[in-house]
Design a protein around this ligand. Structure first.
Ligand code: ADE
Ligand code: ZN
Length: 326
């Protein structure tokens, strides 16, 4: 449709993307073969059929298992290169991608292999597509804060190539406060900060992300809407929320895209953005997320433009580069 081509043609930034979540079943099979790794699926169709989740943990169990096929620097390069090509086709001109080092180092893959593979794909995407990108090192919150400190130490030689730290994985039972000290340490090293909060967890976790972690961005943030005082605060401070409509649908954060709060967020003055989270698992890349929620909620072009503008103003690009995109 006209609106679909308008969405594709609109320059946009992606701010919430787990690179491990962009592993398409076809590449999973190719890497399994290349590396001689067993996967518990016979066909690509079997893999896709397994992507029927009733909550975040259901998804995470499959997502961490899938990541097992990633072994070498080339695997991480190929994974990220496939994502950049797909994102470029959707009009993404800047991407801030999260990676979960612990998912790999805990199974014996050196941190260096992971990050060097990603960095080489990022350099290639800049040449091939003119796409800029940044890396966000995400701590797994179901593991300890001590383990997060170990990852931060491992990352030390590459800190000039890492923009920010993030916090992901199982939210409920692992509140932001558990990571207050490692976030303070990351901040002291000059890193920007973001955290998943209010995806499945309560508004209290969003308060903790603000007051105890001092985040620059909130990933998801949906449940903030339950607390009008929190909404006013987030709106007043211009806090960016990286919202992921198809993820919200697949993980049952919303029961129907027709009930997705994206336009309500904008109406409340929240700086919401649209992102794909784990596109290989949730049925679509950023363009699909824009199109699906625009259709389901009847978004107009002005709302779509606002969402795209918010993706630049909420990015970690320096002000002059943000201005150049507006
Ligand atoms: N890891 C990958 N995707 C995630 C999500 N949506 N929430 C928490 N952890 C994740
Ligand atoms: Zn996420």
């Amino acid at each position: 449709t006209d609106l679909d081509s308008f969405i594709t043609g609109l320059p946009k930034a992606e701010l919430h993307l787990h690179i491990e979540g962009s592993l398409e079943p076809e590449l999973m099979f190719e890497l399994a073969r290349r590396n001689g790794v067993e996967i518990p699926f016979a066909t690509v169709e079997d893999v896709r059929a397994a992507y029927d989740f009733s909550n975040l943990q259901d998804f995470l169990d499959i997502y961490y298992a899938g990541a097992g096929v990633l072994q070498t620097r080339k695997d991480f390069h190929d994974l990220a290169a496939a994502y950049f090509a797909r994102a470029a086709a959707d009009g993404v001109v800047h991407a801030e991608i999260m990676f979960d080092p612990q998912t790999h180092t805990d199974r014996g893959i050196p941190f260096e292999e992971v990050i060097e593979g990603l960095l080489s794909a990022m350099a290639e995407a800049e040449v091939k597509f003119g796409m800029t990108s940044k890396l966000i090192l995400s701590f797994l919150r179901h593991l300890s804060e001590e383990a997060a400190f170990e990852v931060l130490a491992m990352a030390e030689p590459w800190l000039d190539r890492i923009e920010a730290v993030g916090l992901d994985s199982s939210e409920v039972g692992h509140p932001p406060v558990k990571f207050a000290q490692v976030f303070a340490a990351a901040r002291a090293k000059g890193l920007k900060l973001t955290a998943h909060a209010g995806e499945e967890g309560p508004p209290e976790y969003v308060y903790q992300a603000l007051d105890l972690l001092h985040v620059d961005r909130i990933d998801h943030g949906n449940r903030s809407l339950e607390d009008p005082v929190l909404v006013d605060r987030l709106a007043g401070m211009g806090m960016t929320l990286t919202v992921c409509p198809l993820s919200n649908l697949k993980l049952c954060v919303v029961d129907d895209l027709g009930n997705h709060p994206i336009d309500r967020m904008l109406a409340l003055g929240l700086k919401a953005t649209i992102n794909s989270d784990d596109p290989a698992y949730f049925g679509g890349y950023i363009g699909d997320n824009f199109k699906a929620v625009a259709e389901a909620r009847g978004l107009d072009r002005e709302e779509i433009v606002t969402l795209a503008r918010n993706s630049f103003t909420g990015s970690f690009l320096p002000p002059a580069q943000i201005a150049a995109h507006l």
